[in-house]
Design a protein around this ligand. Structure first.
Ligand SMILES: [Zn+2]
Length: 431
């Protein structure tokens, strides 16, 4: 690998940053410590920093946390040194930040998007697990960076550091977005509403790892993003004594159970991928009580928006039908969405050229993502406004699969990601 921008000093800074964020994973919309550290870093650079209500607008912010989650996360962040005033600025759905570099000479507008949230996955404390044996395992019980977004933040900040130093050699404008709440496809719509995507000519996103792509490999043409809809449902019935007066109750648990079975029997879409899953089902307060509430978290997916809409409509029909069968009602809220998306072909070709210059002989792959990514919401919005967009998969040797307790990636991938993104910026905006 040939590094023009990522020198030895920046390499150790990248590793250090990654580990700082790895130790303090926070779930989407509760990235208080994470946002604070990002903002502190960016403030030292040659750019304008936006966060809190200057970054996001109080419009569409999907799947916000519960008041209790906000409170607990805020208390934890405060104990970890985040000032109370800062938390007030970013709580209730205003986490994340943007760094805007406006260069002297006019030119195109480039957006780079990095996601920053962790997951509700307890991290492994097995001695084989590198973050544990090397002393940077998660300090936030029950949470971990099991998808590599800690690495995305480190690469994003390192890119900002390069742009700051190289401002004389660049033209136009670069906006680096640190997006909250990617997991569950919740935060991107808010970024669209923020206005930071408007006027962009190019928008780039990417991910570390993803299945079989190894360190040093780049999937410059990434497609196969699944469109998805995340639904929270509450089945509402009526409680009653289970033996003495069950006929006076309306059993929300049975209605919800009926829905789960019925939704699993939605016919597949003839020639496209579709799926539906209910992953959380909570109901009931006691063995002798007819349950009056059932809380479900369900998702639908499709290889394009049409097939996803089909499954989603069928899910809603079955939820209403099942509720009706038991004299219950159902409240359904959409808490996350993503679209199908194809990277711009011309940009992918450009990426291949850039990558082959820095990585003599490294494999360039075409890769189907076969999952969903919040970035697609930004990309589709940007394309409608005339931008060209591309998404890259940065190969990494993984210790365990994404979203698992022993997930870990090869830190060299971060140097490659940073160098590649910096070269891409220069390819488009060199003065
Ligand atoms: Zn991820």
């Amino acid at each position: 690998m040939i590094y023009n921008f990522v020198d030895e000093g920046l390499k150790s800074e990248i590793i250090n940053l990654r580990r700082v964020f790895h130790k303090k994973p926070e779930e989407g919309w509760c990235e208080f410590y994470t946002t604070y550290q990002i903002v502190q870093y960016l403030k030292k650079l040659n750019c304008t920093v936006y966060y809190g209500h200057n970054f996001l607008k109080p419009g569409e912010r999907l799947g916000l946390c519960s008041d209790e989650d906000f409170k607990v996360s805020a208390q934890r962040a405060q104990k970890q040194g985040v000032p109370e005033e800062f938390i007030k600025d970013v709580t209730n759905g205003f986490t994340g930040a943007a760094a805007v570099f406006k260069f002297k000479n006019p030119g195109p507008v480039c957006v780079f998007r990095f996601d920053i949230d962790g997951l509700k996955v307890e991290e492994s404390t097995d001695k084989e697990h590198k973050p544990f044996s090397d002393g940077f395992v998660s300090e936030n019980n029950g949470f971990s960076h099991a998808c590599g977004h800690d690495g995305h933040i480190a690469a994003g900040l390192a890119l900002c550091s390069i742009l700051s130093k190289e401002s004389e050699n660049l033209k136009g404008e670069i906006r680096v977005i640190f997006q909250p709440a990617e997991e569950g496809c919740r935060g991107a719509s808010a970024v669209n509403e923020s206005g930071f995507i408007n006027g962009a000519n190019y928008v780039f996103g990417g991910h570390i790892g993803i299945s079989t792509v190894k360190t040093g490999e780049l999937a410059a043409i990434t497609d196969g993003f699944l469109a998805t809809t995340k639904l929270d449902m509450v089945f509402k019935g009526k409680s009653a004594h289970a033996a003495n007066s069950p006929h006076l109750g309306k059993n929300a648990m049975l209605a919800a159970a009926q829905f789960v079975l019925a939704s699993s029997a939605i016919p597949r879409f003839g020639d496209k991928i579709t799926s539906v899953n209910t992953g959380i089902f909570n109901s009931g307060t006691g063995r002798n009580i007819i349950p009056d509430r059932a809380y479900l978290k369900t998702e639908t997916r499709g290889s394009d928006s049409e097939s996803n809409t089909y499954v989603c409509d069928e899910v809603i029909r079955r939820a209403k039908g099942a509720a009706d069968m038991y004299g219950c009602e159902v409240e359904i809220n959409t808490v996350g969405t993503a679209c199908s998306f194809k990277s711009d072909f011309e940009l992918c070709r450009k990426a291949e050229k850039i990558y082959s210059q820095m990585s003599k002989g490294a494999a360039l792959l075409e890769k189907s993502f076969t999952a969903s990514e919040d970035f697609t919401n930004i990309a589709v919005y940007a394309e409608k406004n005339g931008a060209k967009c591309a998404y890259f998969t940065f190969g990494s040797n993984l210790a365990g699969p994404h979203h698992s307790s022993n997930f870990d990636f090869d830190e060299e991938t971060l140097f490659i990601e940073t160098e590649f993104m910096a070269r891409t910026a220069f390819d488009i905006l060199r003065n």
